[in-house]
Design a protein around this ligand. Structure first.
Ligand SMILES: Nc1ncnc2c1ncn2[C@@H]1O[C@H](COP(=O)(O)OP(=O)(O)OP(=O)(O)O)[C@@H](O)[C@H]1O
Ligand SMILES: [Mg+2]
Length: 482
């Protein structure tokens, strides 16, 4: 039998916790979701903004999970009416320690120290946009060369990164970690856990400006990723970003090799030629001296940009570059980040582009430009449905209004807008391009649904909190997407 990922004893000693059960009992992995937990996995109770994972401890125990959780909570849970004998576990693999995330961090640190000599090539990805897209592209690109363990979803924060590390099999070939932040200092702590061989910065843009005084401060916070690089590690940085030099200076001061990528002539990984199509792109690039022509299965200049970072990392990792480039042909936009739904109707097709997962000025521009790649012969009308980009602080209205230029450059025919800040953009587009404006996406729905017609391509985008996803669902229902 293969070695277990963890034993109960290892978890206990690493977390300085206490336990019930056989220290040799295997723990197959960790989960934060009591609905998805497998028997024998560790349940980690995370306190989130809306739900408290501690409330689900009894449910996890029903599923025969091992559970690190806070001692105080444990007692309270047992005393509560929910912890009736019916909820008692069938085995007693239970760990508890003061704080689930702290214990997870110390656990994985200990685990890394013990397994370091046989560790995978580890790649960390950060940036203001494109972390998940790049992480998923790395998964696709590295798979032909070996086994890959990558972050689930956007698990990139103080619990998501430790969770990904804790679940990394010991004999894996490549580990790919998404690393994110809202505040300075967060990435520094996470990258020291991950200890990447290669760190990628996709881009730096005004995101979370509510928490930072300037974009330069955001660049500095992203540059923290280099602090965790192993000695001799590589910093893969977007050369086209105005903050490149700032990031590169930090990387060099950490002793890293700087590998730049982009369209910039001096990039070490450089686009030589690129055909941007509505369904994907064909790219010829110089990847650290090796010329490659490849197809990218998802559309947009920004996706091409991300693939340069991906192929740089593939080459630096010693993986098969040609196989990686070939694999990128199968790339699909992740859910909510450009996923397309084409619906055939009697009067022609409608295309809905779901960008409802999130938005900031950089990704809005990228999505608008991608919508602009649609040939008129395919869809007559380009419709943009835009919700507020959140967390931009006092700069919000200005950053929304400035999108008018991108709307124009992409040849968008009609703009629908919702949210307080999007009013600034709606006012800034020419009258003939104004569809409708409403304060909320709910209020926008009826007029949007009655305006969209066959022959339209409709891109829906906004921050998650702007609730644009229901508009995507409404459009799908309206045109009977099955
Ligand atoms: N290099 C890029 N520049 C600008 N926009 C990009 C880039 N790469 C991806 N995007 C766009 O940014 C949006 C978010 O993409 P993605 O989810 O990959 O980013 P993320 O950094 O993981 O976001 P989050 O911080 O929410 O985890 C999508 O609309 C995507 O198309
Ligand atoms: Mg993400």
């Amino acid at each position: 039998m293969a070695d277990p990922l963890w034993t109960l004893g290892e978890v206990v000693s690493a977390t300085d916790g206490r336990c019930e059960g056989d220290p040799a009992a295997p723990i197959a992995g960790f989960s934060i979701d009591s609905r998805a937990i497998e028997p024998g996995e560790g349940f980690i109770a995370i306190r989130g903004p809306n739900r408290d994972g501690h409330d689900f401890v009894p449910k996890a125990l029903e599923a025969d999970a091992a559970a690190p959780w806070s001692r105080r909570r444990f007692r309270r849970t047992l005393q509560s009416r929910r912890a009736t004998p019916m909820h008692q576990p069938s085995s007693t693999r239970r760990v508890w320690s003061g704080c689930a995330t702290r214990s997870m961090r110390s656990t994985i640190s200990a685990g890394r120290a013990a397994t370091a000599p046989t560790m995978a090539v580890v790649i960390a990805v950060t940036g203001s946009a494109g972390k998940t897209g790049t992480k998923e592209a790395l998964r696709v690109a590295l798979q032909p060369s070996g086994s890959v363990h990558a972050s689930a979803k956007s698990f990139n924060n103080h619990w998501g990164v430790p969770l990904t590390l804790a679940n990394m099999p010991r004999d894996i070939d490549y580990g790919v970690f998404e690393v994110g932040m809202n505040h300075a200092g967060e990435i520094a702590a996470l990258t020291r856990l991950v200890r990447p061989h290669i760190a990628i910065v996709t881009t730096v843009a005004p995101v979370h400006l509510g928490f930072f005084a300037s974009v330069e401060e955001i660049a500095d916070a992203k540059a923290e990723i280099f602090e965790g690089l192993v000695p001799g590690g590589s910093a893969v940085i977007n050369r086209d970003n105005p903050h490149f030099e700032r990031l590169a200076a930090v990387a060099r001061s950490e002793g890293a090799e700087v590998v730049s990528f982009g369209e910039h002539e001096q990039s070490k990984v450089r686009v030589m030629h690129c055909d941007l199509g509505p369904d994907g792109s064909t790219v010829t690039s110089d990847i650290l001296g090796e010329t490659l022509t490849y197809r990218v299965g998802a559309p947009g200049r920004h996706v091409v940009q991300n693939t340069l970072g991906v192929l740089a990392a593939v080459k630096l990792a010693g993986a098969d570059l040609k196989a990686a480039a070939d694999a990128l042909g199968a790339l699909q936009p992740p859910a909510g980040r450009g996923q397309r739904f084409v619906i055939a109707t009697e009067r022609g097709p409608v295309c809905i582009v779901d960008e409802s997962y999130n938005a900031n000025p950089a990704s809005m521009r990228a999505a608008l430009a991608t919508l602009g790649l649609t040939p008129r012969s395919e869809y007559k009308r380009r419709v943009a449905v835009l919700g507020d980009m959140l967390e931009l602080g006092t700069e919000g209205p200005r950053l929304h209004k400035e999108l008018a230029e991108a709307v124009d450059a992409a040849g968008i025919d009609v703009v629908f807008a919702s949210g307080t800040d999007m009013a600034s953009l709606f006012e800034a587009v020419p009258k003939e391009r104004r569809g409708a404006y409403a304060k909320t996406s709910e209020e926008l729905a009826p007029v949007l649904l009655s305006s969209v017609q066959p022959g339209d391509i409709v891109m829906v985008k906004g921050s998650l909190g702007s609730r644009m996803a229901p508009l995507v669902e409404g459009l799908k229902r309206e045109f009977e997407y099955r």
